[in-house]
Design a protein around this ligand. Structure first.
Ligand code: KG4
Ligand code: ZN
Length: 334
């Protein structure tokens, strides 16, 4: 079964063709980062306008690369929630139009569900139950999955998302948007023990909090004492984030008795986080799956992968499908 996936929830216009939920025939990502960089973050109105320009050429390129036309596509998948509303609407309008024109089933995917299913594109051996660590620019969640499409939120962030902490801290360190990949690169050359940044603990809760850490970085950068070299600062900041993510994820895994952890979302691309997660997993005998960086950050392959399993459950949508700026995972789209 070939599914054409579409993703426009933030600042990447993406289309992909995936066969049987696993085999990537194409995954085209038109990034708008260079445009938004000038403003230090994503400007929603600019993102919407760029999606309008990019959506049809991106879909055509994805079909061409997969040596497909709409005639041999079996279903259309689109991320319709949550995200920037004006950006989501562009992908959803394109998906609905093609589903109507080619008389194809339409499958609506939650953005976080998409991120999680990127794991099935690289790892065919995932055994339920699993605990998912979802860390992106908008989310820091721990999610328990007892089976396909069954989600229970165990923890979320009380304030900033992990990616937001990376981006805001990078900005005060004088690095450009998005800061996550730059901190990752600098941290490889730095000493993670050079500065002790706080690790927030929420009592017995598995919830996260990153705003204190971000404030500590800002205070530190604005203080008068001599600063260590930037790589040491980046490494120390990254270590503080990684420590908390690793600690809470494996606490959740042990409390739930799971033997498999999945990493997902843009921050899951972080090399320090991936190696710390894998090392702790090995110590505890818990398998850790992480997609390659290109499938951690926003892309349409993840939408089509999730859609394959949603379609098997009979979860298709009508042409009255809407877009939603904020919706919890697990709630069915119309
Ligand atoms: O999943 P994503 O592409 O978009 C959202 O759904 O938000 O995640 C983007 C976030 C940004 O905050 C970006 O800085 C962060 O993921 N990110 C990283 C890395 N690559 C992307 N953070 C840390 N290390 C990375 N290598
Ligand atoms: Zn995302």
């Amino acid at each position: 079964m070939k599914i054409l996936g579409i993703e426009t929830s933030c600042d990447e216009t993406s289309a992909a063709v995936i066969e049987d939920g696993r085999n990537i025939l194409s995954n085209v990502i038109a990034s708008q980062t260079d445009v938004h960089k000038r403003f230090g973050g994503v400007v929603p109105e600019v993102a919407s306008r760029m999606h309008v320009e990019l959506i049809m050429p991106t879909i055509q390129e994805a079909l061409d690369k997969a040596e497909s036309t709409l005639e041999n596509i079996d279903a259309i998948a689109v991320i319709n929630r949550p995200g920037l509303i004006g950006a989501l609407i562009v992908g959803v309008a394109a998906a609905k139009t093609m589903a109507f024109a080619a008389n194809l089933p339409l499958i609506a995917i939650h953005h976080i569900e998409g991120h999680i299913y990127a794991n099935w594109l690289v790892n065919p051996d995932i055994q339920f139950p699993v605990v998912c660590l979802v860390v992106s620019g908008g989310h820091s969640d721990l999610i328990y999955m007892s089976g396909h499409g069954k989600y229970e939120i165990l923890a979320r962030t009380r304030d900033d998302a992990a990616g937001e902490a990376f981006d805001k801290s990078a900005r005060v360190m004088g690095l450009s948007y998005p800061g996550g990949p730059q901190i990752d690169k600098l941290a490889k050359e730095g000493n993670p023990h050079a500065v002790h940044f706080p690790r927030a603990k929420m009592g017995d809760s598995l919830d996260f909090s990153f705003s204190g850490l971000k404030t500590a970085v800002i205070r530190y950068m604005e203080g008068i004492e001599a600063k260590p070299p930037l790589p040491d600062l980046a490494a120390s900041f990254q270590q503080a984030v990684v420590d908390v993510l690793v600690e809470n994820t494996f606490r959740a895994a042990q409390e739930r008795g799971v033997k498999q952890v999945l990493m997902a979302g843009g921050v899951a691309a972080n090399s320090g986080l991936q190696s710390a997660m894998k090392a702790r997993g090995q110590e505890l005998g818990i398998a850790v799956s992480a997609p390659p960086p290109i499938l951690c950050t926003d892309n349409a392959a993840m939408a089509a992968a999730a859609a394959y399993f949603a379609y098997e459950r009979g979860e298709t949508s009508g042409l009255d499908l809407d877009s939603f700026a904020s919706e919890p995972i697990g709630k069915r789209a119309s």
